[in-house]
Design a protein around this ligand. Sequence first.
Ligand SMILES: O=C(O)c1cc(=O)[nH]c(=O)n1[C@@H]1O[C@H](COP(=O)(O)O)[C@@H](O)[C@H]1O
Length: 236
Amino acid sequence: MVQMPIIALDFPDRVYAEQFLNKFQGEQLFVKVGMELFYKEGASFINWLKSQGHYIFLDLKLHDIPNTVYSAMKVMACLGVDMVNVHAAGGSKMMEYALKGLEEGTSEGVDRPKLIAVTQLTSTSEEQMQSEQMIDHPLKDSVKHYAKLAFEVGLDGVVCSALEAGEISEATNKTFLKVTPGIRMAGDNSHDQSRIVTPSDARKLGSTHIVVGRSITQADNPLHAYERVKFEWGLK
Ligand SMILES: O=C(O)c1cc(=O)[nH]c(=O)n1[C@@H]1O[C@H](COP(=O)(O)O)[C@@H](O)[C@H]1O
């Protein structure tokens, strides 16, 4: 799986998204399409991104009963994206069904999209998790627990903060994907994120992929910001 930074295309519609992508002069990117853009533009935008040669993480964070997630994943597999996700809090049976749906929906000869599970959102702090989710453990333990569940079910990896990547590697293995949002350059605004890490620290801590949104999409010069993130992440 390519290791370029994943750019979160958090835009209201394809006009904004295409204006943004035009700044990259045809460079092949790894982009993330989330709920906002997908609910607005649907599969046709995914097809267009594919026709432009971009790698795609379709971030819809499924979380429902196992059968519903199974059926949704079967349909999502037809989109031919590279990565999709669920919430680990849906449970191991839901994750198992998600994987089954994805496998059954993927055409022969085509690579199945990677399936990863969100552990604890990077916007969640330990205090919030303990008081609101009533989890009486350190946040790291909750993240590690969800990662182990996802690993045992056969998922390809998790979404977590880079702060937890090392412990997840120890509890699973090095190739298990640690896709880490909450990435900020030193001194940048953290916005609604709680567990933030710089691109270079994410590399040192063991992230396999970083997800970067506003630090690039809202920069005065997005191309320059992307180059800086890539450089810090260790890619030219
Ligand atoms: O699944 C995700 O992509 C995700 C999980 C998570 O725990 N935290 C998180 O921020 N994200 C996504 O990653 C992106 C981060 O955006 P920025 O905070 O602008 O860099 C957003 O599109 C979020 O939806």
